[in-house]
Design a protein around this ligand. Sequence first.
Ligand code: ADP
Length: 162
Amino acid sequence: MRIAVYPGSFDPVHYGHIDIIERASSLFDKLVVAVATNPNKKPLFTAEERVEMLQEVLKDYDNIYVEFFEGLTVNFAMKQGAQVVIRGLRAITDFENEFVFALTNKKLAPTTETVYLMTRSEYSFISSTGVKEVAYYGGNVSDMVPAVVAEKLFEKFNNSSI
Ligand code: ADP
């Protein structure tokens, strides 16, 4: 069985992530979307909220699972029986960090491959940070996130024009 893990903060999940998830799920028998619970980061949404939003958005896919994880991605991937770690690439600015991430993974777990999927051009501008900033100032995020996520952002920021 070909299994892949797609790790990230997903704070919150947006259409750029969802596109990568859909495409990766068609390449593997099973895809585990792994929500990082890094104690050093201060996310807007709790890990439970981030998992719930992903589960809601991905409920129609029967080979996609959403899990929490803490610690090294490659350790989590090995525990899941995954041979592959999936990441998305937006722009050249992502490359440097991702290059280091992939080489570190290779050092730690030589049998695990880190595989990159290029963003779709219409989603290349979307980031969780950008989504939160637009929502914070009451802008329309409907082209960036599903309605369920826009509602959660609205509840967090308590404004009326999202
Ligand atoms: P981080 O690893 O900084 O917490 P995220 O959790 O937001 O980043 O993203 C998880 C993965 O999704 C990363 O590989 C990131 O490059 C990728 N990604 C984020 N936004 C997009 C996008 N708009 N298109 C394609 N991939 C994306």
